[in-house]
Design a protein around this ligand. Structure first.
Ligand code: ATP
Length: 297
């Protein structure tokens, strides 16, 4: 097991930021830590990185106890904090060399992580000259320098534009082939795009621990479809297996089907047969969304 959290409770003064949180993460898993603002995600991550001490409970990373074996835990973890602290005046290579020095890592690793994080074309620039996406890559490269078993990424895509976001997610998936990753986010799409499993936390309490495959295999299926014209909901209800149709703005509809068979071809054909053009057609993971809103109200 790469990470074990057992009944972790943490107070800040009188406020309980975490309440008996327990979970385990196996080697090689990419797990999303999902929760609204202030739910306790960063606090849990900071306990795993030994930055905070739990008031109750025990946690282990890579078999090492976060309180009594801090050094070994730190060696096992690469951490990308929520506000990635970078020295903007430093050159990328200089910053990584500085980190390698501090953490006593072989300088050879610098080129390896530059390549691994796709930083090669920007490696000779100052960090301040880089786009946010590339700055995030520098943070990831620094977190990977000591070749840790586990990566803890606190909201790694916050503030990125849509293209940078896709690139960083791709990179995380790539890195996840070799490492265990726990990443926090409030974006459900992110969990769907990157993770094998999701932990949902609300007001300090863990309220769900689910494999994404379990959520996907749920019975219902929701499609979001945009036509080039207004259509009566009752008309769309005639689609086979349709159980609910909702107009969600403009000519965009959310259609729920009571089958797990992919209904996109049927919707496409239905539109075509009725002289409608399909401008967009996508599957929505209703289960993760409804689970999240049910559990974090
Ligand atoms: N150092 C601290 N001192 C006092 N209270 C804190 C401290 N750190 C966190 N808290 C409080 O603990 C609770 C959990 O905060 P935490 O930062 O872990 O949430 P989060 O889920 O990471 O939120 P966000 O998504 O907004 O980053 C919040 O109510 C927060 O105000």
């Amino acid at each position: 097991m790469s990470i074990i959290a057992n009944n972790i409770t943490k107070f800040f003064g009188k406020q309980k930021a975490l309440n008996k949180v327990s979970f385990t993460i196996e080697k090689g898993e990419i797990v999303g830590f999902l929760g609204p603002n202030g739910a306790g995600k960063s606090t849990m991550m900071k306990i795993l990185t030994t930055y905070h001490t739990p008031d109750e409970g025990k946690a282990e990373v890579n078999t090492f106890d976060v309180q009594s074996e801090k050094k070994n835990v730190q060696k096992s973890i690469g951490y990308l904090p929520e506000h990635n602290p970078l020295y903007l005046d430093m050159y990328v290579k200089e910053y990584l060399a500085f980190n390698a020095e501090v953490y006593k890592v072989d300088k050879q690793r610098i080129n390896t992580v530059i390549e691994q994080t796709g930083l090669t074309p920007e490696a000779n620039k100052k960090i301040g000259q880089l786009s946010k996406g590339y700055r995030q890559r520098v943070g990831l490269a620094a977190a990977l320098l000591h070749d840790p078993e586990v990566l803890i990424l606190d909201e790694p895509t916050t503030g990125l534009d849509p293209n940078q976001l896709l690139e960083i997610r791709k990179l995380i998936r790539e890195i996840g082939k070799e490492k265990t990753i726990l990443l926090s986010t409030h974006i459900m799409k992110e969990v769907e795009a990157v993770c094998d499993r999701v932990l949902i936390i609300n007001k300090g309490t863990l309220v769900a621990d689910k494999k994404l495959s379990e959520l996907r295999d749920g019975q219902d299926q929701v499609l979001v479809v945009e036509f080039d014209f207004r259509v009566e909901e009752a008309f769309l209800n005639k689609l086979p297996h349709a159980i609910m149709v909702k107009n969600i703005g403009g000519f965009v509809y959310e259609i729920t089907f009571d089958t797990s068979n992919d209904m996109r071809p049927a919707v496409f054909d239905f539109a075509h047969d009725n002289q409608l053009k399909t401008l967009q057609l996508s599957r929505k993971n209703k289960n993760l969304e409804s689970l999240f809103s049910e559990l974090t109200l």
